[in-house]
Design a binder for this molecule. Structure first.
Ligand SMILES: *[C@@H]1O[C@H](CO)[C@@H](O)[C@H](O)[C@H]1NC(C)=O
Ligand SMILES: *[C@@H]1O[C@H](CO)[C@@H](O)[C@H](O)[C@H]1NC(C)=O
Ligand SMILES: *[C@@H]1O[C@H](CO)[C@@H](O)[C@H](O)[C@H]1NC(C)=O
Ligand SMILES: *[C@@H]1O[C@H](CO)[C@@H](O)[C@H](O)[C@H]1NC(C)=O
Ligand SMILES: *[C@@H]1O[C@H](CO)[C@@H](O)[C@H](O)[C@H]1NC(C)=O
Ligand SMILES: *[C@@H]1O[C@H](CO)[C@@H](O)[C@H](O)[C@H]1NC(C)=O
Ligand SMILES: *[C@@H]1O[C@H](CO)[C@@H](O)[C@H](O)[C@H]1NC(C)=O
Ligand SMILES: *[C@@H]1O[C@H](CO)[C@@H](O)[C@H](O)[C@H]1NC(C)=O
Ligand SMILES: *[C@@H]1O[C@H](CO)[C@@H](O)[C@H](O)[C@H]1NC(C)=O
Ligand SMILES: *[C@@H]1O[C@H](CO)[C@@H](O)[C@H](O)[C@H]1NC(C)=O
Ligand SMILES: *[C@@H]1O[C@H](CO)[C@@H](O)[C@H](O)[C@H]1NC(C)=O
Ligand SMILES: *[C@@H]1O[C@H](CO)[C@@H](O)[C@H](O)[C@H]1NC(C)=O
Length: 785
């Protein structure tokens, strides 16, 4: 057990090393070069001026800041990131990755005086501007890298003059292409071996004649908006190894053309484009394919026979998601490592899988597979990632392969106890069994994953009993056991799970006091205790609550009581901030060499229709819901410090006193519900100035005075102010000491309100599973549950 656990860790370390190496190989080159006193004064001055063109942020810690280590009076050939030709002393390599260079790369930059540069790597800096035409002056450049450089605009046409260029990496920027720019530049780069322009905003078509790129090995253009067909001349390049064009708008026939010698192509990644029609038989000319991604190829009503792919004898990775497949029971495929057959209209468990003994990664989610998992499946020796979610699997969970580390079995009809199938595993990292019919208790055996488990999602089952104290891993990031019948107390050990970001226990029968310890969890972003039997105060003079990263605090529908001290919300920094600094809600997991993400998400319900907010949308929502409890006393003044708040619900309590003036500070508020309390005094007139607010409710209080003016308030239905004996003015019918009033049609108001109720009632901070490769892009996957 310890053995396989450490093996997994080795694998992770290996991946991180790969990444670090990929990022820094040019630094390594530099370190290896000799450092004699070579530096030429004009070259040194050019470098020094170049350094001074940029602002280096001294606050950031995770950057190399190489230029900061340069000293003017030392040999510039020994400066970090600089490498000279040992004979001439000319600077030939400059590698300043991740050096926190901020500022534009101007066309008169001193960089372009380093005429002898052969290798330039400025990746992961912030130039926030264009790549100037002067880049064409560096005519000896063979390697040019500026990935994640915050560059935009067109590619300079002078790039076409770099006739020695072999490696061009400009991925993850905002480059655009207007007109025939890329079409003109690309064919001129006849020395090119490797080009990656992925994750930019290129549009238009690829040049139709690419035969001039006769040395090309890697062609990466994924994540752009290219359209038209992929030119067959590309596949005719004899040296070609790797084509990555996924996530574009390519369409039309995929023509491989007349290949004379056997193709060397190993990677063909063209998924998530607009291809339609049958899968072309000419693909079979690509005899050496190891990785094939044709996902979401629209074959219309055509059904693809999976046996077609058995001809690729070297195939290791196959992604046919979104293609309707016919899988015969006698099919033999070559031994695959990574198989993704999501949304393939499969209705029976594919028998051939039982013989795929090299399989490490399997995704057969979103099909209609019925029945139990076959016994043979549990004998696959290497399976590591298993996603069978969103199918019709039923019965008890049978033994999973004992190598399983990530198991996503959500949205099926599994029943029986969880212990079966799970307790025999080792080193489980992700367990998602949400939305099934599992019963019994949360198994104590989860303790055996107490160092490995990151994600435990058991929401929407019929689990009962007490939450076992031992069963949670110290590394847990996301725990969701919502909508079961759990009783008893929360495990006290929760306060020791310092990595926890998402905690959701809503819709159970947990009978406990407020878990004060959780405020010590520095990363906690979501705390949902809604609809349980929690009781007692949520304030204690001993434990001062401060949730620096909390963004969703939902403790509604319990029996909490007591008062909020007026400084209660001081220190809730994430809700106080309007600006998003970090991309929240993401848990990344390496699976079979592919990075997968779990996104936290929030489900909001409106009359049975569930909307799920994932990823970037989620990050916008900051919610405090303490409704339906027994709170009393004043609404704390410090509520006004939560400037990022979108939804505030304090209804159905026994709050007294005035509505605090500071509420008017919450300029992002979209929904405010203070109904069913004992609030008195006036509604602060400034509330009329909140422009985003689309729903508010002050009904059933003891408020008085005129309802504030303001289009948002005035467009509310009168019922939002009802049952307050002293309130007057529109939209109520009671006028304040006379005066004209305008009638709006009631029906219009109702329709409007209907829409706005979408932000009304919050349930669950469920966690949705989102597959995808990153680059900071959101791929939101809205689950239907
Ligand atoms: C480069 O041009 C900018 C204006 O575009 C000017 O302010 C700057 O002084 C020039 N820098 C050099 C090194 O000539
Ligand atoms: C990049 O530079 C721009 C403009 O100089 C600045 O607004 C932005 O905050 C910088 N981005 C980062 C991540 O530092
Ligand atoms: C490219 O080189 C040609 C001649 O070698 C020159 O005339 C032209 O101006 C250069 N183009 C750019 C954009 O530098
Ligand atoms: C493609 O361009 C090459 C020169 O780069 C030329 O020799 C060849 O004829 C062109 N092919 C077509 C089909 O236009
Ligand atoms: C491919 O080769 C065949 C015969 O070898 C020929 O008939 C056909 O025209 C060629 N097609 C193209 C597109 O060159
Ligand atoms: C699936 O393939 C089998 C054999 O290859 C064939 O007999 C059957 O008709 C196919 N089914 C469909 C729906 O195409
Ligand atoms: C699996 O392999 C065994 C032995 O090679 C063979 O007898 C069996 O038919 C295969 N099963 C499937 C479903 O391919
Ligand atoms: C995992 O299961 C295989 C058989 O399926 C068995 O040979 C192997 O010993 C098991 N591994 C461990 C660590 O128990
Ligand atoms: C994890 O569980 C094992 C028993 O399965 C126990 O011996 C060990 O102390 C636990 N480790 C931690 C950190 O709780
Ligand atoms: C938290 O961890 C500490 C140190 O491992 C341990 O002494 C303490 O008992 C734990 N607290 C709870 C409530 O489990
Ligand atoms: C909650 O627990 C307390 C003390 O253990 C008990 O007195 C009370 O009846 C329980 N409440 C409910 C609703 O079960
Ligand atoms: C509300 O905003 C005003 C002015 O912007 C500020 O003086 C006051 O401190 C704020 N109140 C709170 C509670 O943040």
């Amino acid at each position: 057990m310890i053995h396989s656990c450490s093996e997994e860790r080795k694998m992770m370390i290996l991946w991180s090393l790969c990444l670090i190496f990929a990022l820094s190989n040019s630094i390594l080159v530099v370190i290896a070069s000799p450092s004699q006193h070579l530096c030429l004064p004009d070259q040194r001055d050019a470098l020094w001026e170049f350094k001074n063109e940029f602002y280096v942020d001294s606050d950031v810690t995770n950057f190399e800041k190489m230029t900061e280590k340069w000293r003017y009076n030392t040999d510039c050939c020994s400066w970090d990131g600089v490498s000279c030709d040992p004979k001439t002393g000319k600077i030939v390599e400059l590698g300043l990755i991740s050096s926190s260079l901020n500022g534009p790369l101007r066309s008169n930059s001193s960089l372009f005086r380093l005429q002898h540069l052969q290798s330039l790597d400025l990746s992961y800096n912030n130039f926030s501007g264009i790549l100037p035409d002067s880049i064409g002056n560096l005519k000896y450049l063979s390697v040019l890298r500026c990935s994640s450089c915050n560059l935009h605009g067109k590619l300079p046409s002078s790039l076409g003059n770099l006739s020695y260029l072999t490696h061009l990496y400009l991925s993850v920027n905002d480059f655009t292409s207007e007109g025939p720019n890329l079409q003109l530049v690309l064919p001129k780069l006849s020395s090119l071996k490797s080009i990656d322009l992925g994750s930019n905003q290129f549009k238009g078509t690829l040049p139709s004649n690419m035969s001039s790129l006769s040395k090309l090995e890697y062609f990466g253009m994924s994540g752009n908006s290219f359209s038209g067909s992929i030119p067959s001349s590309l596949f005719m390049i004899p040296s070609l190894l790797d084509v990555s064009l996924e996530r574009n708008h390519f369409s039309g026939p995929l023509e491989i053309g007349n290949i004379s010698s056997p193709s060397k192509l190993r990677y063909l990644i063209v998924g998530e484009n607009n291809f339609n029609g049958p899968i072309p038989g000419s693909l079979l000319k690509l005899v050496g394919l190891e990785y094939l991604d044709l996902s979401f190829w629209n074959t219309g009503r055509g059904i693809v026979d999976l046996s077609f792919f058995s001809h690729f004898i070297s195939l290791r990775d196959l992604d046919l998601s979104g293609i309707h497949l016919n899988i015969s029971s006698t099919l033999h495929l070559p031994m695959i490592n990574t198989l993704t057959l999501s949304s393939c209209n499969i209705s029976e468990f594919p028998k051939f899988l039982e013989n795929q003994t090299k399989l490490r990664y399997l995704d057969i989610s979103a099909n209609q597979i019925e029945g139990q998992l076959p016994e043979g499946f549990g004998r696959l020796p290497r399976l590591w990632y298993v996603n069978i979610s969103d199918n019709l699997f039923s019965g008890k969970l049978t033994m999973l392969p004992n190598s399983t580390r990530l198991f996503v079995g959500s949205d099926n009809r599994f029943s029986g106890e969880i212990r079966r199938g799970i307790c025999e595993l080792f080193g489980l990292q992700v367990l998602d069994l949400s939305n099934n019919n599992f019963s019994g208790s949360i198994p104590r055996c989860l303790e055996s994953f107490n160092t490995t488990l990151w994600v435990l999602h058991l929401q929407n089952n019929s689990l009962s009993g007490v939450f076992p104290e031992e069963s949670i891993s110290l590394g847990l990031i996301s725990l969701n056991v919502g909508h079961n019948q759990l009783s008893g107390e929360l495990p006290k050990s929760l306060i020791n799970y310092t990595d926890l970001k998402f905690l959701n226990v809503e819709g159970n029968r947990i009978n406990d006091t407020f878990p004060f310890g959780v405020s010590l969890l520095p990363h906690l972003q979501v705390l949902v205790l809604r609809s349980n039997e929690f009781y007692g105060p949520i304030y204690s003079p001993r434990d001062s609550l401060s949730f620096p990263n909390l963004r969703i605090f939902d403790i509604s529908d319990n029996r909490f009581s007591g008062v909020f001290p007026s400084d209660y919300f001081v220190g809730w920094n994430a809700v106080s901030s309007v600006v998003e600094v970090e991309y929240y809600g993401r848990i990344s997991v390496f699976a079979g060499g592919i990075r997968r993400y779990y996104y936290s998400s929030v489900v909001l319900t409106n009359k049975g229709v569930k909307m799920e907010l994932v990823g970037r949308v989620f990050t916008m929502y900051k919610i405090i819901d303490v409704s339906r409890n027994r709170f009393e006393g004043d609404i704390p003044e410090s509520i006004g410090s939560l400037k990022g708040l979108i939804v505030l619900n304090m209804s159905y309590n026994a709050f007294t006193g005035h509505i605090p003036q500071s509420l008017t500070n919450l300029t992002n508020l979209q929904s405010l519900d203070l109904s069913q309390n004992r609030l008195s005094g006036e509604i602060p007139p400034q509330l009329g100035k909140l422009t985003f607010i689309s729903r508010m409710n002050f009904s059933y209080n003891m408020l008085e005075g005129p309802i504030p003016q303001g289009t948002q308030i005035q467009s509310q239905n009168g019922s939002s102010f009802a049952e307050n004996p002293g309130l007057c003015g529109a939209p109520l019918e009671d006028t304040c000491g006379g005066g004209g009033e305008e009638e709006e049609t009631e029906q219009e108001q109702d329709e409007e309100k209907e829409e706005k109720e979408q932000v009304l009632s919050w349930t669950a901070a469920a966690i949705a599973y989102v597959p995808g490769v990153v680059c900071g892009l959101t791929i939101a996957h809205i689950l239907t549950s």
